[in-house]
Design a protein. Structure first.
Length: 133
């Protein structure tokens, strides 16, 4: 069975419900095969804080996070991140630090990274990608 790690942009679309194809695709996969990185959780919580903790958004983020596995940042993920970042720098590939952390997490989990961010296509060694948007 494939496992899917939702990038922050896809998780945001799930929470907002603004792109029907994202929710349709999510509904088509077993819930136990869907996960997010702790980095994505942090970004979602930052988005809520940045907006002043509006009750509706905070509740939707909470409900999303209790329904998916949130993978912790581990020493193994940190090792993969270090190698990945060094490879990117050597190849002249620019990827935001948080995106690089999410890519490392997806590699460690052997997960398909679900994102609409095309920058992930440049990750050395590749990360399996799908765009549900």
């Amino acid at each position: 069975m494939s496992v899917y790690m939702l990038d922050t942009n896809i998780a945001s679309h799930v929470i907002k419900g603004d792109i029907p194809s994202v929710r349709e695709r999510l509904a088509a996969v077993p819930v136990e095969s869907v996960m997010v990185s702790a980095v994505t959780e942090a970004e979602l919580r930052y988005g809520v804080a940045k907006r002043g903790h509006p009750q509706g958004l905070a509740m939707r983020v909470h409900e999303f996070l209790i329904r998916v596995d949130v993978l912790p940042w581990t020493a193994q993920v940190a090792r993969i991140y270090g190698d990945l970042r060094a490879s990117c720098e050597a190849a002249g590939i620019s990827l935001s630090p948080l995106d690089m952390m999410i890519a490392a997490h997806a590699k460690e989990a052997d997960a398909i990274l679900v994102t609409r961010d095309q920058a992930f296509k440049r990750v050395p060694g590749g990360v399996a990608l799908e765009n549900w948007a």
